[in-house]
Design a protein around this ligand. Structure first.
Ligand SMILES: [Zn+2]
Length: 163
């Protein structure tokens, strides 16, 4: 290996906040604990061009799911849809159950499922802000290469693609 290669490799070890466990980015490309909500963007299972913005409010556990065009999710029949289930599952992988439960103010007993411990109702919540943040995160994909860490990229898995 030449000197350039070695230097490149050294720079490429910029520290990245790894998820607690690997996440399924294709299914839930964006998840965050922000604005007093667990919220994120969930891919449609059937339509590759459609995404849902799903959220669960801390404290009240009010939940909402709508398309990026602000159409209500058809799966919300009084209970959280599969997108919310997926969001919660991925949040637990990303942040760990303890942190998500603390953020949402929910007691999750040993071995219990996060979603089954929530007792909120459906409550429309504007999703546009979440979606625009998601798009901003995506725009980092188009940034020129950098050797410094970009905090917002932390939801990408560290691939360790060095060689
Ligand atoms: Zn949904």
């Amino acid at each position: 290996m030449n000197a350039d290669g070695a230097a490149w490799e050294q720079r490429s070890v910029a520290r990245v906040v790894s998820p607690v466990q690997p996440r399924k980015l294709a299914k839930v490309p964006f998840v965050e604990l922000a604005d007093g909500r667990l919220q994120g963007v969930v891919s449609s299972g059937s339509d590759i061009a459609r995404v849902y913005v799903s959220s669960i409010t801390a404290g009240t556990h009010a939940f909402n799911c709508s398309t990026n065009n602000n159409r209500p999710c058809g799966g919300l029949y009084g209970s959280p849809c599969k997108h919310l289930q997926a969001l919660a599952g991925e949040a637990v992988l990303q942040y760990g159950l303890d942190q998500v439960a603390r953020y949402l103010h929910v007691e999750v007993g040993d071995g219990a499922d996060l979603m089954s411990c929530l007792n909120g109702r459906h409550e429309p919540t504007p999703g546009a802000m979440v979606f625009s943040r998601f798009l901003r995160h995506l725009s980092y994909l188009e940034l020129p290469g950098t050797t410094g860490p970009i905090a917002e990229m932390h939801w990408f898995p560290a691939t360790g693609a060095i060689r």
